[in-house]
Design a protein around this ligand. Structure first.
Ligand code: AMP
Ligand code: MG
Length: 417
């Protein structure tokens, strides 16, 4: 049996960063930028007012004060989006709104609060300035955010809402990104019935396809649902057929001993098998290898295939540990690990057979310290435990037990509540 690290290394060695494609800026949140983005414009394009007020010549406000205002003739009003056709000459000012371009001749803006504007009823062609105004005051300079020709976003960054905003501020609607991996998902099991169908005696609903597809979506991939295969080699091969152009195949079930081992047999016959058990709990019967398929261009190639255990909790946890990093690597991401924290465990955990335990837990922060308590029974069929958990407490394989009050490592699945 190999360790979690060895298994992860193996999985990652089978996947590469995918190709690039153009994407609308709102369609690539969480994807990795595949081009250096340069600006062909200044942002902002022109010097403009940072405040509502009056554009003026700072010299005209020399020694201005509350007691002795300097009075200027108001020759125009300019709002954001328009340009004044007047020039500010000595003794004059132009009323200006935030964002409006600074008129020629003006070198600063005095805000309304530093004028006698409030005392004047209605429109006036004169304004009293109540303080000295320094050159450049309340002016946002052209290019102060982005200058023409500069590199704004570098290849390799992850697109977040701020990157989307910056691209929009350059007028870009499309950008080159590393494409999302298509992950084909096939559930196996004679007992499975798809959702929306009546449930005959002895059958269960296929939940794995949906939890796995949701995980694929959450981490940026495109799920392709292949449906349900029976516990036979021929059914599995037929089911996989529609996934042979995907970037990764995921099956659930059919890997445990006594379960006909169909997934392992198919891997051996249709491709190659890299490993089939991992020293972890839950998730020991995890198979991995590659199946012969074709690329989008029709070229023969091996598709990495993760055979997740059928137990609903095991399939989700093994997905988090192995499929997620593979998806992130294909998307060009560098940080493949889920965040981990140290927490005080509130329940004892016994490790009977030297596997690494990932125990579902609720992590809370109290008084600057993280505390983790188990969600309850840890059977790998109890899927509702995953709805309670926000983290997985890790008990190392060489640790026979942890006691309540010990500090443990927790792999976070979600935010701390
Ligand atoms: P297996 O790994 O195929 O032996 O499955 C282990 C357990 O998980 C069995 O109790 C199965 O009924 C259950 N199981 C397998 N596949 C699914 C699925 N797609 N949805 C829900 N439960 C499943
Ligand atoms: Mg099965």
């Amino acid at each position: 049996m190999i360790s979690v690290e060895q298994a992860l290394d193996k999985v990652l060695s089978y996947v590469d960063v995918l190709g690039e494609e153009p994407s609308p800026i709102l369609g690539c949140l969480g994807q990795v930028l595949a081009e250096d983005v340069y600006s062909s414009i200044n942002v902002p394009p022109l010097d403009n007012a940072a405040m509502d007020g009056y554009a003026l010549r700072s010299k005209d406000t020399h020694r201005a004060s509350q007691q002795s205002p300097r009075f200027l003739r108001v020759i125009d009003t300019v709002t954001a989006g328009s340009i004044s056709s007047y020039e500010v000459e000595p003794g004059t000012a132009i009323r200006i709104m935030t964002g409006a371009p600074i008129p020629n001749g003006a070198d600063s803006v005095v805000r309304f609060e530093d004028t006698d504007e409030a005392q004047r009823k209605g429109s006036s062609n004169e304004i009293g300035v109540l303080c000295e105004v320094g050159t450049g005051l309340n002016i946002r300079r052209a290019g102060e955010d982005i200058t023409t020709g500069s590199i704004v976003l570098r290849k390799g960054v992850v697109i977040r809402p701020s990157e989307v905003g910056v691209l929009a501020s350059l007028g870009r609607s499309m950008v080159m990104v590393i494409r999302r991996p298509v992950v084909a998902i096939l559930a196996t099991g004679d007992e499975l019935v798809d959702i929306n169908q009546p449930l005959p005696p002895g059958k269960i609903y296929n939940s794995n396809t949906y939890s796995v597809a949701a995980l694929v979506l959450r981490y940026g991939g495109i799920p392709r649902i292949l449906g349900i295969a029976l516990d036979s080699e021929s059914s599995l091969v037929a089911g996989l057929h529609h996934g042979l152009e995907a970037d990764m195949l995921i099956t659930t079930g059919g890997v445990s001993v006594g379960d006909y081992d169909v997934v392992k047999d198919v891997l051996v016959k249709q491709g190659e098998i890299a490993f089939w058990t991992v020293r972890m709990k839950p998730g020991k019967p995890l198979a991995f290898g590659a199946i012969k398929g074709v690329s989008r261009e029709g070229v023969a190639r091996n598709i990495p295939h993760l055979g997740l255990p059928g137990n609903p909790v095991s399939s989700m946890i093994t997905f988090e540990l192995f499929a997620r990093p593979a998806i992130l690597k294909m998307m060009g991401k560098k940080n493949l690990a889920k965040p981990a924290i140290d927490a005080v465990i509130e329940n004892p955990i016994v490790n009977r057979d030297g596997r690494r335990i990932f125990a579902r837990a609720i992590v809370e922060k109290r008084g600057g310290q993280y505390f983790a308590r188990l969600t309850g029974p840890q059977g790998s069929g109890i899927l509702t435990s995953m709805t309670l958990a926000n983290g997985l407490v890790i008990v190392p394989e060489d640790k026979a037990q942890v006691a309540a009050g010990d500090v443990v490592q927790v792999m976070m699945l979600d935010e701390v509540v």
